[in-house]
Design a protein around this ligand. Structure first.
Ligand code: UD1
Length: 340
């Protein structure tokens, strides 16, 4: 049994990754500052897997206590680092908040890892590092363009820091570039649960369908895409979570071909905002009240992935569809309302 630290483990993707790591027999330790998640996620994970992950309320920006935590609980066989802010629009308005939390938080983590000899890191990166890519789909070799938002730029910077540190020999790392994670666990016990007003499309869709919001605003219909709305590569969070297990086990088994590797995690298919809405309506039978609105600052026009490298080298591929994702996201939303 390997000891795996998951930062941001009560968050949306983190919690699903914890479930999959536990299911493979790993002992999971979670640190999270609960800035965008709830401690109740820990009991939900325990219900799903029958095993409670270790949990500590801790902010990675608090370097002093992070070091104490590592000394008391480390070294870890691998660290999976999710803890970060992730709202594109908010990052445009409050860039410093994003640089402090996402960049400084990660350097604190790397220092704590170094001090305790924890060598293996899986990093939550994002397709936003590709900026407004001109050639699609994007491969890991696609040159990075200027990120469209400070959020995206924090991922570019963090990847670069990881690469530099790994060259010194103290770190082996895999950065996973997520496209757009959607959906929820089939148990409907965990899912996306943003605190406050959600920014991401699928929570906005499900909250609108549930009557918690009057309507969904589609951000822009004058983009150069099939129907004028932005295109994204939506990937089921369960598929995404399973890729983290592959990455952790690749590092633990010394199967990595380089000290710093990068993999795209997407479905390989682009869907417009309107197509995503249709997928929701088709898979749930619900009718969504939406209207067209202006563009949102920081949005890229269109992006989808080439996942050949992940398929062939990481040994991972998606098994679930956007319809599966919409259906599970809706089951999760209905359960949230029932338990309110
Ligand atoms: C971005 C990143 C993604 C990252 C996520 C974290 C890119 C290309 N993707 O996702 O890797 O995981 O941030 O938050 O940078 N939309 C509406 N109305 C709404 C909400 C969203 O039309 O009320 C549209 C957006 O304009 C966008 C699409 O839906 O075209 C998806 O938006 P969202 O779910 O917020 O994710 P991204 O910003 O694409």
């Amino acid at each position: 049994m390997s000891k795996i630290l998951v930062t941001g483990g009560t968050g949306y993707i983190g919690s699903h990754a914890v479930v999959e790591l536990q299911a493979r027999g790993h002992e999971v330790f979670i640190i999270d500052n609960l800035s965008n998640s709830y401690e109740s996620v820990i009991s939900a994970i325990e219900i799903i897997n029958g095993t409670k992950p270790h949990f500590c309320l801790l902010d990675i920006c608090d370097a002093e206590n992070l070091n104490v935590y590592f000394k008391e609980n480390g070294p870890f066989d691998a660290v999976v680092h999710f803890a970060a802010y992730k709202a594109v629009g908010e990052s445009v308005e409050h860039p410093l908040k994003y640089y402090r939390n996402n960049v400084q938080g990660m350097t604190n983590l790397l220092e704590a890892m170094q001090q305790t000899g924890s060598k293996n890191l899986v990093f939550s990166s994002s397709c936003s590092v590709y900026g407004n890519a001109t050639i699609l789909p994007v491969t890991e070799q696609t040159p990075l363009k200027k990120a469209e938002s400070p959020y995206g730029n924090t991922k570019v910077i963090c990847e670069a820091i990881i690469e530099d540190v790994s060259k010194t020999g103290i770190l082996k790392a895999i950065s996973l570039r997520y496209f757009n994670p959607v959906g929820a666990h089939p148990s409907a016990l965990i899912g996306e649960l943003p605190i406050g007003v959600p920014n991401n499309l699928v929570p906005v869709i499900t909250q609108t369908a549930a009557g918690l919001r009057n309507e969904l605003t589609v951000y822009g219909n004058d983009y150069t895409t099939i129907d004028g709305t932005c295109i994204r590569d939506y990937i089921h969070v369960i598929d995404l979570a399973k890729a983290h297990v592959k990455a952790v086990e690749r590092l633990l088994g010394n199967k990595n071909e380089d000290v710093c590797e990068i993999f795209n995690l997407g479905s390989g298919t682009g869907s417009s905002v309107l197509q995503a809405i249709t997928a929701f309506e088709e898979s749930t039978g619900e009718k969504l009240n939406w209207q067209m609105g202006p563009r949102r600052a920081g949005d890229v026009v269109q992006i989808w992935s080439d996942c050949e490298k992940s398929n062939n080298i990481l040994g991972w591929k998606t098994e679930l569809s956007i319809h599966d994702a919409m259906k599970t996201a809706w089951e999760w939303q209905k359960r949230l309302i029932k338990n309110k």
